[in-house]
Ligand binder design. Sequence first.
Ligand code: F3S
Length: 66
Amino acid sequence: MALKVSVDTEICSGHGRCYVLAPEVFGADDSGHCEILSAIVDDSLADKARIGQANCPEGAITVTDA
Ligand code: F3S
């Protein structure tokens, strides 16, 4: 099942745990804030998307069914 991944840029404060733990899905912009690399992920990256979501201290990442 495909998943939709998004980040609330108003909430992200640059902890970086998302892109350290799941660089296949999340990247960093010039200031260290999250950039979504794959807004829609398939099963092969679903676990990575959820790991990023679960480890953001700010709760900035949302993962939902696509
Ligand atoms: Fe931002 Fe959370 Fe990642 S604060 S850089 S979305 S771990």
